[in-house]
Design a protein around this ligand. Structure first.
Ligand SMILES: [Zn+2]
Length: 290
C-alpha cells in the first residue's frame, strides 16, 4: 500500500497543476479549440508513458540487481560515508541530481542524443503535460546509464525511487503554464528551477535552449555556469524550427522525430534575425485537429 503513496501524490499534483494552469494561465493558451489542447496533452502523456513502462518493466529488475550487487560487494561512494541515514539519503539525491544535470546537458551537446531529446523541445506549447514528453529512446538510454550510476554511487533502489518522485514533481511544476508572481519565482529559483526559468530552456533561440538544464536543484546551473534569464521571458517562443507541422506533431511524427528532418544544430537554426515560425505551428494545431 505504501508504495502507492508517491504515485497518488504525483497524480494529485498533476491534476492540481492542470486545473491551476487552466484557471490562471501564465500565458494564454493559444489553441483555437479546446479539443486541440486535449489532443496536445494526451499525445504528450501517451508518448511519455511508453518510455516509462519500458523503463519500469525492463530496467527496474536490472537496477535492483545492480543495487544488490553493489551492496553485497561494498562497492561505491556511499559505502565510504559515515552511516548516517539522513546524510546518506541527502547525498544520494544530490548525486543523482548532478548526474541528471550532466545527462541533460549531454543530450544537448551530443548530436545522436539530441535526435531523441529534440522531441521534448519540439513542443510548440509548454504546459504540465510537456513534462511527460520524452522519447522512449531517451528514456531507454538514461535507464541503461543508471546501471553504472547505481553501482558507482552504491545507491539503493528506494534512493532512486525517492529521487524520481521528488524530481518528477518539480519537473511537472516548472513545465506548467501557471502564473507564479515574479517575486515568488525569483525566491523559489534559488532552490529549484521554476516555470519562468524553464521557459527559457524551451526557447527557439539556441543560446537559450542550451541553458537552464537543472531538474531538481537549480544550483547546478549556477555552479556549472549555464543559468540564463531574460527580463522579457513572456515573449519566449517555444518549439523547434522545422518541427511545427501537424505531421511532426502527430503521435507517429513524435516517435519518428529522431529519424527524420534532422534539425540543423547550427546557430542559423536559431538565428535571432530569422522570423519565428511558431505562431504558424500553433495555428496549425488549433485548426487542423478535428
Ligand atoms: Zn533540454
Amino acid at each position: 500500500m505504501k508504495e502507492y503513496i508517491p504515485k497518488t501524490l504525483l497524480l494529485l499534483l498533476f491534476l492540481d497543476l492542470l486545473v491551476w494552469e487552466t484557471m490562471r494561465p501564465c500565458k494564454e493558451f493559444r489553441y483555437q479549440k479546446k479539443r486541440a489542447r486535449i489532443w496536445h496533452g494526451t499525445t504528450n502523456i501517451s508518448v511519455g508513458l511508453i518510455g516509462t513502462v519500458i523503463s519500469y518493466v525492463l530496467f527496474l529488475p536490472i537496477w535492483q540487481i545492480a543495487a544488490q550487487w553493489s551492496g553485497r560487494h561494498g562497492w561505491g561512494l556511499l559505502h565510504l560515508m559515515p552511516k548516517n541515514l539522513a546524510g546518506i539519503v541527502f547525498l544520494a539525491v544530490v548525486l543523482l541530481d548532478i548526474w541528471t544535470y550532466w545527462w541533460h546537458r549531454m543530450n544537448h551537446r551530443i548530436r545522436f542524443l539530441w535526435r531523441f531529446h529534440r522531441m521534448h523541445h519540439s513542443d510548440p506549447w509548454m504546459d504540465t503535460t510537456s513534462a511527460q514528453r520524452f522519447h522512449p529512446g531517451e528514456i531507454i538510454f538514461s535507464s541503461m546509464l543508471r546501471i553504472p550510476v547505481i553501482i558507482l554511487f552504491s545507491l539503493e533502489l528506494w534512493h532512486v525511487a525517492l529521487y524520481d518522485s521528488i524530481m518528477l514533481a518539480v519537473v511537472m511544476f516548472h513545465h506548467s503554464n501557471i502564473a507564479v508572481p515574479d517575486r515568488a519565482d525569483r525566491l523559489l529559483r534559488l532552490i529549484i528551477p521554476t516555470p519562468i526559468m524553464h521557459k527559457i530552456h524551451h526557447s527557439r533561440e539556441r543560446s537559450e535552449t542550451d541553458s537552464n538544464y537543472t531538474s531538481l536543484f537549480s544550483i547546478w546551473d549556477r555552479i556549472f555556469v549555464s543559468l540564463r534569464m531574460r527580463p522579457d521571458w513572456k515573449s519566449v517562443s517555444f518549439g523547434l524550427h522545422g518541427y511545427d507541422s501537424p505531421d511532426n506533431q502527430s503521435w507517429a511524427g513524435l516517435i519518428k522525430t529522431p529519424f527524420r528532418n534532422a534539425a540543423k544544430r547550427s546557430s542559423s537554426q536559431f538565428d535571432k534575425n530569422k522570423k519565428p515560425q511558431d505562431n504558424k505551428g500553433l495555428e496549425n494545431i488549433g485548426t487542423d485537429v478535428k
